[in-house]
Every structure is written in C-alpha cells, then in structure tokens.
Design a protein around this ligand. Structure first.
Ligand SMILES: NC(=O)c1ccc[n+]([C@@H]2O[C@H](COP(=O)([O-])OP(=O)(O)OC[C@H]3O[C@@H](n4cnc5c(N)ncnc54)[C@H](OP(=O)(O)O)[C@@H]3O)[C@@H](O)[C@H]2O)c1
Length: 340
C-alpha cells in the first residue's frame, strides 16, 4: 500500500497549499487524505487538486477537531480505510474574534520592538474564546486537544515497528511562554488563547518525542511565517478588501527587513514541505522549523531553538492524558444515558 498523508484543515490556506505542493512534487507516491470540518469547502478543494493532478489519490474525511466525538468517528474511519499513516499534518487552527490592541500597536511602531511585533504579533493580539459543546475552551480544543486525541486514536496506524512515521504541527511564532500557564492549560483565564494553544503545541511535540520515538513516531513543529489567509484577514474583519490591497506593498517592503513575512500560502508551506523530505529521526525535537522568504522572494527553512523545557512538557502531557481519560468517560456516560 502507498504511503498515506493526512492533513487537517486542508480545505484552505496553508493546508490546501501544502496538498497542492506535495502533489506537484510526486503525484503517485502517496495517498492524500484531506481531513476537514467544512465538507462543502473540502469538495471544492479536492476538485481543484484533481483538476491539476488528475491521477492523484485524494480522499476526504469529515472531522471537526474541536469535537471529541467527531475526532473519534473520523479516526475510526481512517483505521478502516488505511493500515498506515506515514505523515500526519496537524494544521487546523483558529484565532477567533481577534482584537488588535491599537494602542500597543502604535507604541510598537515607534519602538525598537517593531520587527518582533510584526514578526510574532507579540503583545498586540488578544482573542475572545468560547466553550465547545464538550465543555472545553474552543481554541484549546481546536488547535491542540483534538489533535492530541487524533494521535492517540491513530496510534495503531502511526506506530509500526521498523517503520518511521511523522507528526508535523503548524505552530506559530506567536507561541509565547508568557501566554501559557501549566495550571490553566485551556487558557480559561487569559486573553491570548491562540498564543497559549500554539505554545502548548510546541511543548506537546517535545513530549510526544519523549514517549513515542522508540515506536518509530517522531514529532516536529513549524512556523509558516506571516501568511495572508482567511485567518490573517480575520484579524481586522472590518477592514475593506481594498485597504488590504493598499497594505500589501507595505508588507512586501517589510519583507526586505524581516524574512518571516512569507505572505503567500505557498511560501508558508516551505517548512512543512521540507520536513516531508527529511528523515524524521534526524530532526531536532527542540527546534521549530521556520518557513522564511528573503527580500528577493527565495523561500527556505531554518530551525530555531524553541523556548520550551522538558519538565513543563511532561506536566502538560500528563494533564492531557488525564483530560483525555475524563472526556472519554464523559462520552461513554453520555452514550449510556442516551441508550437508557
Ligand atoms: N496565516 C498565518 O499567518 C499563520 C501564522 C502562524 C500559524 N498559522 C497556522 O496555520 C494553520 C492554518 O491556518 P491558515 O493561515 O491557513 O488559515 P485558514 O485558511 O483559516 O485555515 C485554517 C484551516 O483550519 C480549519 N479548521 C478550523 N477549525 C477547525 C475545526 N474545528 N476542525 C477542523 N478544521 C478546522 C479550517 O477549516 P474550515 O473551512 O472548516 O474553517 C481551515 O481549513 C493554523 O493552525 C494557523 O494557526 C497561520
């Protein structure tokens, strides 16, 4: 059986650009599974991929990463369809109701922190989170916990003695230690759930390496850079599109000074694609692999040490295991309640 590549959040933005890039590189070498919440958009994405790569094997899978039952049902379906998953891209993500702190933004504009502010969004982005029907914080559930559960569910097809498999997280340079509290892993109390969830992805990737490397499963983290996608446009939802058009030359100019302004989804996939080509066991579990684009438009991948530590990653991992067990119990009780 051909290799299997599964991508979450594959119907738009960076996820879709990655699928296109993988197929352009080697259309026959693997089966591609697009795991998506919105199936209408997923069907459009699949049709577009098949239009440019008619011989590709592309299937769709319905999965809402914020919903426990949806992740479990989707995982069952994956195990029925495939006896292996070789590359699992954990890419789906949200940044709901983002708020740009205009005061902090203008302060940053005239400070020595301007490049970092543009490159990472540090200090200027807050969001309003909400609870999922499972009772979890929405950003945590979507960006982190649903993916954690997916890995746990897919263990039998990810871990096969003698063969390596790869987990690749789309994290962010907005993943800041200051936004994460190990006593509040869901970020119930703060105003930066996105940054917290991405920092937790970085920690979790490290813990997964500790616990799964011996079984041939390796985890890596990437940052796509600043990419113009619906997630980015959502930061200023009231901004009319012509203003974005006016801003674009400014962004291209900023790229002269900061290579993290990758801007296009294709450039943003650079590190995701580069990792696909590497031996997973040769990668540094403490590094985040950054997609970067030079002022002249050349894309490349660069590893940078993450601000994470083993002890905190282990505490987070234990807490996620506990939450997984609690949620499974809850789901079972709910099912038994319905059957009674
Ligand atoms: N754009 C950037 O500058 C940037 C920077 C750093 C990191 N990232 C990360 O890159 C990843 C991709 O984002 P993007 O920029 O490409 O934005 P995007 O175009 O909005 O893509 C996000 C994808 O995630 C999916 N998704 C959202 N919630 C989901 C859920 N509950 N279940 C399943 N799928 C869900 C969306 O599908 P629907 O159609 O169902 O909404 C969509 O396919 C995210 O993890 C994001 O945090 C982006």
């Amino acid at each position: 059986m051909n290799k299997v590549v599964l991508v979450t959040g594959a119907n738009s933005g960076i996820g879709l650009a990655l699928c296109e890039r993988l197929l352009s590189d080697d259309v026959e070498g693997f089966q591609l599974c697009l795991a998506c919440r919105n199936m209408q958009r997923a069907r459009v994405a699949r049709a577009a991929l098949l239009a440019s790569h008619p011989s590709a094997q592309v299937t769709l899978l319905q999965m809402d990463t914020s919903s426990i039952s949806s992740v479990i049902a989707a995982s069952k379906e994956v195990k029925l369809r495939y006896n292996r998953v070789d590359h699992l891209y954990l890419n789906a993500g949200i940044m709901p109701s983002p708020h740009l702190d205009i005061k902090a933004f203008f302060k940053g504009l005239f400070s020595s922190n301007i490049i970092t502010m543009f490159a990472t969004g540090e200090g200027i982005l807050t969001q309003k989170d909400c609870l999922t029907p499972d009772g979890l914080q929405g950003v945590f559930a979507t960006n982190l916990f649903g993916h954690f559960l997916l890995i746990k569910e897919l263990e039998p097809v990810l871990c096969h003695g003698g063969r390596t498999s790869q987990l690749i997280w789309t994290s962010s340079s907005n993943a800041h230690r200051s936004a994460f509290n190990v006593e509040d892993i869901q970020h119930q109390k703060g105003t930066q759930p996105y940054s917290s969830s991405k920092y937790a992805c970085d920690l979790l990737s490290l813990a997964l390496n500790t616990h799964y490397n011996k079984q041939g499963l390796h985890s890596s983290v990437i940052c796509p850079g600043f990419v113009m996608t619906s997630l980015t446009y959502g930061i200023l939802p009231s901004f009319p599109s012509f203003l974005w058009t006016i801003l674009m030359p400014l962004f291209w100019l900023i790229r002269m000074f900061t290579n993290t302004f990758t801007l296009t989804p294709y450039n943003g996939t650079e590190a995701l694609f580069w990792l696909f080509k590497q031996k997973p066991e040769s990668l540094d579990p403490q590094a985040k692999y950054h997609s970067l684009t030079s002022g002249l438009g050349n894309s490349y991948t660069q590893p940078r040490k993450m601000d994470i530590d083993l002890a905190t990653s282990e505490v987070l991992y234990e807490k996620l295991l506990q939450l997984e067990s609690d949620m499974r119990k809850k789901l079972k009780e709910r099912k038994e309640g319905l059957a009674a």
